[in-house]
Design a protein around this ligand. Structure first.
Ligand code: B12
Length: 355
């Protein structure tokens, strides 16, 4: 499709801040800004410009235009359902082109601008693709369907104590907790995400659901304890900039169930602090969680630094960012990828026993 040279991608990345400022400014001074982004849209628009630049950087660096094509309908659906008009995309994309022409040398700009023109050409097609309201049916094991329905219903009522009760009553051993995570808590959160994407709920609900599921995980993970095991240490974290931490927490808990002593460092850990912690905790495994594709870029440097400093440490990666390209973590230097907390623990065991 397109082949972007590495130095061109790096130039885009280096100039990101200037590009974002230009597009922000252009849009804020646009006479129709209120119509373009809707009543509550200014803050969301600015965050979108940051995410956009980080996402395009990742696409250009890795030449993964398959992922760009796949993401466009989601972008149109999510932002349109939050009050953005379809014209916003055309106006903003043209502003990106102007910014790139202004701040990047001509040869560099000439490589990148066709990508933006291609997105613009797909505008009508993307609108059509985005207009189907998403209503995914999540695969839940038969045994868990009833628990899932009750749990989701209580989550949507904001009834945290009932959610904890449902979870605790359904889990008699460690294996049940793992199954509860993948069959109940995870699909419930995915459904919440889809409701947000369809414009049915606000980000406040995502926060509430996160708080309730966190309470549930705290209860469940304290039900079954393992002795501290100096021999098997795992560090679990979310890459810098990544705020989705529940999946990583489940991974940490599943590793604990498999006998690993785990340090779970939660969301968006600064790079240098992560390196210092690795030096003091001396893990056998570092598990990195990435949900947003635009956070794949910081992971590249992080993996390289760990492998340069401590080549014996095994790195596993996971999270929704890699669903469209499960081959990517290994291309970027990780030792393995898995798409759920269940398989994450199996992968960790396999990597260490073979080394
Ligand atoms: C709650 C939530 C938030 C919360 C997160 C709070 C927190 N402290 O965790 C808040 C409000 C902060 C948030 C913010 C945003 N979010 Co949000 N969020 C969600 C939501 C609803 C649930 C996330 C979750 O907990 N999922 C459940 C966990 C269990 O699933 P999981 O992460 O996939 O983890 C499993 C596996 O992937 C795997 N795994 C995970 N990590 C690892 C690591 C390793 C090493 C391994 C091996 C395996 C592994 O194991 C886990 C268990 O099986 C999702 C919906 C969704 N589909 O997930 C949207 C979602 C992820 N968010 C989305 C978006 C757009 C955003 C925002 C940009 C805007 C917004 N909505 O506010 C910001 C970006 C923030 C950022 N920079 O990170 C989109 C992303 C879409 C896309 N195409 O990329 C989603 C998909 C919603 C949607 N349907 O549109 N969000």
């Amino acid at each position: 499709m397109f082949v972007i040279s590495r130095n061109v991608a790096q130039e885009y990345q280096k100039n990101r801040t200037k590009l974002i400022e230009y597009v922000d400014d252009f849009m804020l001074n646009h006479p129709d800004i209120d119509k373009l982004v809707g009543a509550k849209g200014i803050d969301m628009m600015k965050i979108n410009h940051q995410n956009h630049a980080a996402f395009i950087s990742m696409i250009l660096l890795l030449n993964r235009f398959d992922s760009l094509a796949q993401s466009l309908p989601w972008v149109y659906r999510a932002y349109h359902n939050h009050g953005f008009s379809y014209d916003y995309f055309l106006v903003a994309l043209n502003a990106w082109i102007e910014a790139i022409s202004k701040y990047l040398e001509k040869d560099y700009a000439d490589e990148i601008i066709p990508v933006y023109k291609w997105i613009i050409e797909k505008h009508d097609e993307t609108i059509l693709k985005s207009q189907e309201e998403k209503n995914t049916i999540y695969l839940v094991d038969n045994k868990w369907i009833d628990v899932f329905e009750k749990f989701f219903d209580s989550l949507m009522k904001g009834d945290s104590f009932r959610c904890v009760d449902i979870a605790v009553k359904a889990c008699f051993e460690e294996k049940d907790v793992v199954e509860f995570y993948v069959n109940v808590a995870q699909p419930s959160l995915y459904k919440i995400g889809e409701l947000w994407e369809n414009g049915k709920i606000t980000v406040a609900w995502e926060h509430l659901a996160t708080a309730i599921v966190s309470k549930v995980i705290s209860h469940l993970s304290a039900l079954f304890r393992r002795p501290f095991n100096e021999e098997r240490r795992a560090l679990v974290l979310c890459i810098t900039g990544e705020y989705h931490q529940i999946g990583a927490w489940m991974v940490a808990n599943c590793l604990e169930f498999n006998g690993w002593t785990t340090n779970f460092l939660a969301d968006s850990l600064p790079f240098m602090d992560a390196m210092e912690h690795i030096a003091s905790f001396r893990p056998d495994i570092v598990a990195i969680s990435v949900t947003m594709q635009y956070n794949i870029t910081p992971m590249i440097d992080f993996i390289k630094k760990i492998k340069d400093d401590k080549p014996d440490i095994k790195i596993i990666a996971g999270g929704q960012a890699f669903r469209p390209f499960p081959d990517l973590p290994q291309i970027l230097g990780a030792d393995g990828y898995s798409d759920s907390c269940t398989s994450a623990a199996l992968l960790a065991d396999k990597l260490i026993s073979y080394s």
